[in-house]
Design a protein around this ligand. Sequence first.
Ligand SMILES: [Zn+2]
Length: 151
Amino acid sequence: MLVTNHVLSGAIIGATARGPWAAFATGFASHLVLDAIPHWGRFESHEHFMRVAVADGLTGLAVMGAATAAARPADRVAVFAGMAGAAFPDLNKPSKIFFGHSFFPRRFDEFHGRIQDEAPDRFRSHELVAGALFAAGFAGLVLAGRRRGRR
Ligand SMILES: [Zn+2]
């Protein structure tokens, strides 16, 4: 699954969690759940994978910044922690590219690779739909929190 979608779902987790540690742990677990449900992947070439990965990584970082800024001040650290936990398992990819190896235990990376349910024709039908739902869910939580805060 796109790291941007992991980040967006992590923002929802952070906005609803009982503090930053719970948000990070739940975000981390959510990553594995989302990777196991059908999503977009299996690119025809390494170049295609890299183009998607770089655009997705930069988008994910931008979303992390925007969601942290949009979160209610009381939720801000937990929202950031939820997103960081949700994105964390995918740090094996930049780690392999920049350092030549993953810093996760080999068994974890094998498990992470084995659970993937990927197909190349699922960008619009799965990633875009999931991204829109996660973004709308987080926006709804932020707006509901603002309204609650005003009373
Ligand atoms: Zn993953």
